[in-house]
Design a protein around this ligand. Structure first.
Ligand SMILES: N[C@@H](CCC(=O)N[C@@H](CS)C(=O)NCC(=O)O)C(=O)O
Length: 217
């Protein structure tokens, strides 16, 4: 049995989306981010990333994590590739060369893109980027995104999807990473192919099913 630790409103969303795509059955352990819990270590606190029983699963105190019939894994992008390969359908690499390209883009997402886009989800002091300082910070985020998004835009000039001319686990992972800036359309201005690709990914039934459950959470 596959157990997924983490709520939909966290990086666990990418795993829930993959489960929808693959039709995978799973058990959800709704571990909250500690920052969302007023007193995360209180005896009556909901299970969160600081709860000792969860730290035994992931000593980093981060979601998502999985337990797949006793195999415990952390790091969302590694988990995505593991689950896709285990299922071995069109979302998985067909050969070692394609797997190399997928790893390249997954590592790129984790190192060149996500550290910038995730800042947008964390908000400024007002929580809504409406202060002068917040607006200035958003401009800075746009500048930091120029290099990775220009490179991505160029890559999408010859392809509708990132690897192998079809929707794969890499599109799913990167779409979730780019989604973080979607609420600020100015950050995607000048990258029409990236925008069209994101819409293509989010038009999938799997994304829509995950999104409906996320909104209901
Ligand atoms: N590189 C990790 C990052 C995981 C991560 O930062 N998760 C956040 C939630 S999206 C978290 O659990 N934060 C801990 C907290 O807020 O207490 C991954 O991709 O799985």
């Amino acid at each position: 049995m596959l157990t997924i630790y983490g709520v939909y409103k966290s990086r666990a969303s990418r795993l829930y989306w993959l489960c929808e795509e693959l039709g995978l059955a799973f058990r959800k352990e709704p571990v909250l981010q500690a920052r969302k819990v007023p007193d995360p270590l209180a005896a009556d606190a909901p299970v969160n990333t600081w709860t000792p029983s969860f730290l035994a699963i992931n000593p980093m105190g981060q979601v998502p994590a999985i337990d797949d019939d006793g195999l415990v894994l952390t790091e969302s992008l590694a988990i995505l590739l593991y689950l896709a390969k285990k299922q071995n359908g069109p979302l998985a690499p067909v050969d070692i060369a394609e797997e190399g390209r997928m790893l390249q883009w997954l590592f790129w997402g984790a190192t060149a893109l996500e550290p910038i886009t995730v800042v947008v989800t964390q908000g400024d002091e007002s929580g809504e980027w409406k202060t002068d300082a917040g607006k200035k910070k958003l401009v800075g985020i746009g500048e930091s995104l120029r290099r990775p998004l220009s490179a991505f835009e160029k890559h999408l000039a010859d392809a509708d999807y990132v690897v192998g001319d079809r929707f794969t686990v890499v599109d799913l992972a990167l779409a979730e990473i780019v989604r973080y800036v979607q609420g600020h359309p100015e950050l995607l201005e000048g990258y029409p192919r990236v925008k069209a690709w994101l819409e293509r990914c989010q038009a999938r039934e799997g994304f829509k099913a995950m999104w409906a459950k996320r909104n209901a959470e």
